[in-house]
Design a protein around this ligand. Structure first.
Ligand code: AMP
Ligand code: MG
Length: 418
């Protein structure tokens, strides 16, 4: 478990910027040290636990990059084309038994090892046969052309994959190219997920007229799984201090993180704060972010707790800025800063200085080819349709007070957030 101190999320300022929140999380949350070994086919999305130095060079041997004809550099045509007799044929996976004879060329195929002595390959499209069956090579080819030297991609011994790397398909490919069968990865971060609120019914259960189906829990669990977490679905806790406290206390020792949604505002029926304070410690972060209201950060028996707001869009946005960095820190992942891509605003917007805002937007290709962001027409933090019908979030920094059509803005695609 993470075993954090009770005051580790305490913060002095009145309003916390998104940057301060991420900074506090990344410095205070320590990585879990437990490892496990997984087969290569199961490694996608996992966090690599150790550096991997290349056990062999890539490519492992010098080979031809094309289908063509291999020659010694000493035999390259100089002022005019040159006809060379054929000597030998090397297929991919085959072996060049003998060195290429001076004044000869060898038929060679893509990926086949270069015969000893040969240093350059002519593409088959660039040569022709003469009457006596010799290969006529054009002049002007650079020595060494169309050859892939051993180690040109990665030399043996180089650190090729870093501990903390969240593995993508291309990282798995590299491990396979090294001939590795299994990888040491950080064990999955165990996250307990609760929704809170008397107004919630679980899908599949009867719903009273004044209830709505709990959607946040399923959104948050899906987001956590995309971050590689092992999720415990702990259902709905009712707006009751003792029930909340008991529910949270029970799961603390068996999880690395507790995530709740709802009940963290300051209304009388927001009981998460009091419940956590009765069994652990809690601070409310008033984050300078919209959508998003206070986010609760706490510690129960050394295990961190994050309480997200109940409004679905606020829950989504604060997940990205508080839960995502926490999970990455627990897994010891390398920093993965979110980098908005520049697009052109096709909307007008006014905002308060000093807080960061996220505007739900769709992208379209404008007449001149530029990418344009269209703002979702409504702004409520409860509108699930606004997340479903858009492509991502326009990030408007603390200093911005308004956006005019044509202005450059930064866009974060939903696809890049997890
Ligand atoms: P709260 O943060 O508890 O004050 O809730 C704010 C709003 O979000 C209320 O309208 C709730 O009904 C709604 N809400 C809270 N939890 C959920 C949930 N799990 N799924 C969908 N909506 C929720
Ligand atoms: Mg509530």
């Amino acid at each position: 478990m993470a075993q954090l101190s009770d005051d580790c999320f305490a913060f002095g300022g009145p309003m916390m910027s998104v940057g301060e929140a991420v900074g506090l999380i990344t410095t205070r949350v320590s990585a879990i040290a437990d490892l496990e070994t997984v087969a290569l086919v199961d490694a996608d999305g996992r966090v690599l636990a150790r550096d991997i130095a290349a056990p062999l060079p890539l490519p492992p041997f010098t080979n031809s990059a094309v289908d063509g004809y291999a020659v010694r550099n000493a035999d390259l045509p100089d002022s005019a084309e040159r006809a060379l007799p054929l000597d030998g044929r090397i297929q991919a996976g085959g072996l060049a038994h003998a060195a290429i004879k001076p004044g000869h060329t060898a038929r060679i195929f893509t990926g086949a090892p270069m015969p000893p002595g040969a240093e350059t390959v002519f593409m088959q499209e660039d040569v022709r046969l003469d009457e006596s069956g010799r290969i006529v090579l054009p002049r002007g080819l650079k020595p060494g052309a169309n050859v892939r030297p051993a180690g040109e991609d990665i030399p043996v011994g180089q650190i090729a994959l870093r501990a903390g790397q969240r593995l993508l398909p291309q990282h798995v490919a590299l491990a396979a190219a090294f001939g590795l069968v299994r990888l040491d990865v950080v064990r999955r971060i165990r996250v307990a997920v609760f929704s809170t609120g008397d107004e919630l019914a679980s899908p599949g259960e009867p719903r009273a007229t004044s209830q709505l189906f709990d959607s946040n829990r399923f959104m948050l669990m899906a987001m956590l799984r995309r971050l590689g977490c092992a999720v415990s679905d702990l259902g709905i806790l009712r707006d009751q201090r003792n029930a909340l406290a008991n529910g949270l206390k029970q799961v603390a020792s068996s999880h690395d993180l507790i995530l709740t949604t709802g009940g963290v505002s300051t209304g009388e029926e927001d009981h998460v704060k009091a419940a956590v304070e009765s069994i652990g410690s809690l601070v409310l972060w008033r984050m300078a972010i919209k959508p998003g209201r206070p986010v609760a950060m706490g510690i129960i028996d050394g295990t961190p707790l994050i309480g997200l707001p109940g409004n679905p869009v606020a829950s989504f946005v604060t997940f990205v800025h508080v839960v995502r960095p926490t999970v990455l820190a627990l897994a010891g992942s390398l920093a993965e800063p979110l980098l908005p891509i520049p697009v052109r605003a096709a909307f007008t917007y006014k905002k308060k200085i000093g807080r960061r805002e996220y505007v739900r937007a769709s992208l379209r290709r404008a007449q001149d080819g530029a990418l344009e962001a269209i703002k979702f027409p409504r702004e409520g933090a409860g509108l699930l349709s606004s997340l479903v019908e858009t492509d991502g979030l326009i990030e408007l920094g603390e200093d911005i007070t308004q956006v005019e059509p044509g202005q450059g803005v930064g866009f974060l695609s939903y696809a890049d957030l997890l």
